[in-house]
Write a protein that binds this ligand. Sequence first.
Ligand SMILES: [Zn+2]
Length: 266
Amino acid sequence: MLVQQIPVNNSLRNYMYLIACPDTLEAVAVDPLDHERCLSQAKSLGWTIRGVINTHEHHDHTGGNEQVIAATGAKLYAHHAAVDKIDHVDIGLQAGDAVHVGSSLRLLALDTPGHTFCHTCLYYEGSETATPAIFCGDTLFNAGVGNCHNGGDPQTMYQTFVEQLFVLPDATRVYPGHDYIVNNLEFTISREPDNQAALSLLEAMKQWSGETHFISNIAMERAINTFFRLDSETLVRILREQYPAMPESPSAEEVFLKLRELRNTW
Ligand SMILES: [Zn+2]
């Protein structure tokens, strides 16, 4: 699998992706908001865009569909429940559906509600020579998770994480829909001031200028993403100091929901 991560350079810090079959150089464009940049990158790489995939229905992920499709004739894929929310969807994706790209690349659609109820993540299973990868839209971010206030639900998001994301192989590369890593690391550190992995990564991030192009994997998320660390002693101790009504051993769901609520106003 060939991957090009393309920052949009907008205030929302969107990422779009080109994902290509190494054998045929046929590609899909994921959430191609900045159509000019997406098309010019594909051209300079020599990749032919055959499909556009939207992870979900929000405009900052669908805004470039029309122009990319007009320029390439690509088919549009999105969550099956998004067909009446996104214009001109050709293929509605159900959980477990495969998107075939070129001759040798297969992306699996995961049904991942929470940020919205029409959200799909795309999973690449990997091979003997390639690690797995997930294109996770606004469900999972580096060191954080998506918000739920534009059509989503935090409890549903928690179930998605338990059933589909916490269980991913450690080596899975994480390709999110936005670059929020610095803010998210700062949030993790605010909840777990002794999280050395998050502290050193934040320090490293601050040394970098401009586009970060930082790719984490699930093992790293388990260390730096407070939403993956629901049984951390420090996290629970600090939450209980702040919320004395919280039980001594709160459930993972209780901790997740409290973190999601705190992140909304942090
Ligand atoms: Zn969104």
